[in-house]
Write a protein that binds this ligand. Sequence first.
Ligand code: GZL
Length: 328
Amino acid sequence: MKRNLLWALLALLLLSACAAGREPEEPSGPPLITIGLSQIGAESDWRVANSESMKEAFTEENGYRLLFDDARQMQENQITAVRKFIQQRVDYIVLMPISETGWEGVLQEARNAGIPVILADRMVDAELEGLYAAHIGSDFRAEGELAVRWMEERYQDAEGPVNIIHIQGTYGSTAQLGRTAALEAAVERNGNWNLLAQLDGDFTQAKTYEVMRDCLDNLPVGQGIDIVYCENDNEAFGAIQALEERGYVLGEDGVAVISFDATRNGLRSCMEGKIALVVECDPLLGPLAARVIQGMERGEPPEEHYYAQERIFTPDMLTEELIQAREY
Ligand code: GZL
């Protein structure tokens, strides 16, 4: 028994001697780039896809350490997150600003700390131009123009009024501002277009269902509806639910629902004829954000804006195969 104990002790001494002589583990590869990412929340299918794209781009195997913060739809939570990233001395901040205003202070703090901020998806006020390194996302006004041009073509021969219900996204967000501006300009230039109501759908299905239900229940008896212009797919789902509950016919011979994002579920509703037109809005911004950061790591000054190229979908263009092949 004593011998075994001695052998074990000797083996332990030998092992520790070898370990002591071993070279320390060299860290494998260059140091990770730390990214502080402030995401708005999870209000829509689009947002969920956007978050997944960022998480897939900023992995440790790709050379990043990602600090991901979900602001649960509140700007103050985003501001708190950015300040925390500054204290943590991250290398870059990626910010999806919920609205365009209210960012000057915290962007100035990031600049004073020498931490580049990359805006993704939405924008901040134009006068803050010098306080971020680059913006990657969509041209929301252009998306709205794609929608209203289709509407003008479809209703070009309408003799009477074209009655429109407009469901807006999160007030003050770049997506809402751009998509709204396109519709309002089109209403201005088409004298027979009649804006029955502008409702706050906040980019969610639940909020839109509520406001649409109340709007429909308070319309004058016999009031017709030609178009429901929804500023994202989840709003369209809520509007469709309220419309169908009240017996409205959707599609070719009924109400034309317009939507933005072109998520799989949105495209499926379009293929079924419930949505007349979907305008694409690309949420897969992770790889582009990583490319911009890699360029900055090489000392290449980034462009100010990177816009995705986007298209429209109508029911006749869609098949289950095409929808399945889409990435979001
Ligand atoms: C658009 C994005 C919008 C989407 C909505 O880039 O900001 O926010 O259209 C999302 O689905 O909620």
